[in-house]
Design a protein around this ligand. Structure first.
Ligand code: ADP
Ligand code: TPP
Ligand code: MG
Ligand code: MG
Ligand code: MG
Length: 333
């Protein structure tokens, strides 16, 4: 009803077509040198990703993102054109996901850029999907490939060589890493997939992958009081990520499990609906990869690896299980 221009925005309390709605609220912050630097992201990418990270949290509740408030703290030295470019990217993301930017705040910053976005969304009353509902027997899934964003960051930091110049996409195209760089700079949260899955009523938990697959799996395991067993051979491995990992001498699994910033969804679904749900998403061109199962037991995450591999014990010749560390991106380590 009232957007940018007064002391605060006014929005109509939502009314659902088939029953009451509830609000879904989230805030996420991006800080220069922590979430990006001059070499890894152009201003427009920062704007896009600051909103996308929030849209992803709303998706992870099964909600629809609707309104955003944007707080920016801008280094004094910045030209106005730079902040305009940041907003170009932010508005491109807003348009893509049908979000109305209804306000925000602007301050100077002594040195670094800080962008904090608050998103308001809605969900059918009582239907928000939590992290705590995973049940033994459920199938575990992700809604997109993982590890690409971390591989993209690795490429960007290497290509920048410590310099301040934003690495052009052309450099990534020449190196065959453009998809990885775009995964890092322009994540595409799974809002439509989440809506379709939540509407089926068989999805028992959802969490978006920001800090890494292992870390998010641990969050579901702990809040549901179950064990998640992930099968290594089922993890969606992007071809360009695997190729770049090989060239860099890095194990792709490290990026897939512990990289983060994928902004796809990790979730669990009743096993009897897994195949049908996957087909329903596929009909809309949306991927859904079945990557494991929920088991009874102490909260934890295990990876099932298929062998044989040199160095494995005789007993583990065909497959073995390893416990995954509760590790991922941590702001204070
Ligand atoms: N400084 C804070 N004050 C209050 N709540 C917070 C703060 N930081 C995080 N939270 C809450 O903790 C929960 C997890 O946050 P976070 O780890 O940032 O989630 P995500 O990784 O999905 O963005 C959320 O409910 C969030 O609102
Ligand atoms: C220059 C730079 N260094 C390191 C990283 C890696 N990184 C920074 S934050 C982060 C995890 C996600 O951020 P967080 O604020 O925890 O997101 P949230 O869980 O709140 O959505 C990662 C992997 C990066 N993106 N850019
Ligand atoms: Mg957060
Ligand atoms: Mg999240
Ligand atoms: Mg986090």
């Amino acid at each position: 009803m009232l957007g940018i221009g007064d002391d605060a925005a006014v929005v109509e309390a939502p009314r659902g077509e088939s029953g009451a709605l509830q609000w879904v609220l989230a805030v996420d912050t991006m800080v220069e040198t922590v979430h990006f630097n001059a070499a890894t992201m152009a201003e427009a990418d920062v704007g896009w990703k600051a909103l996308a990270a929030n849209v992803s949290d709303i998706a992870a509740m099964g909600g629809v993102p609707r309104h955003a408030l944007v707080s920016v703290s801008v280094p004094r030295a910045w030209e106005p054109a730079r902040i305009r470019r940041l907003y170009d990217g932010l508005y491109a993301c807003a348009e893509r996901y049908g979000v109305a930017v209804v306000g925000g705040d602007t301050t100077s910053s002594p040195a670094q850029l800080v962008v904090a976005v608050t998103v308001v969304g809605t969900v059918t009353a009582g239907k928000a999907v939590r992290r705590s509902g995973a049940m033994p027997g459920d199938a575990v899934f992700v809604t997109g490939p993982i590890g690409m964003a971390a591989a993209g960051l690795h490429f960007l930091l290497a290509a920048a060589g410590g310099g301040e110049q934003c690495v052009p996409l052309a450099a990534a195209e020449a190196a065959g890493t453009a998809a990885l760089v775009q995964a890092h700079r322009r994540p595409a949260p799974s809002v439509r997939a989440a809506r379709m899955l939540a509407a089926r009523g068989t999805v028992t938990s959802l969490n978006d992958v920001s800090d890494g697959l292992a870390s998010e799996a641990w969050e579901i395991a702990e809040s549901s009081g179950v064990k998640l067993a992930l099968r290594e051979s089922q993890l969606p491995l992007s071809g360009s990520m695997a190729a770049y990992a090989r060239r860099s001498g890095i194990a792709p699994l490290e990026w897939m499990l512990y990289g983060g910033e994928d902004y796809v969804l990790l979730g669990t679904i009743a096993a009897k609906d897994a195949a049908e749900a996957k087909a329903a998403l596929a009909a809309e061109g949306l991927p859904m990869y079945m990557i494991g199962t929920v088991e009874e037991g102490n909260a934890g995450v295990e990876l099932i690896q298929e062998g044989p591999h040199s160095g494995w014990s005789q007993a583990a010749a065909k497959e073995r299980r390893v416990s995954l560390a509760k590790r991922g991106y941590n702001h204070f380590e």
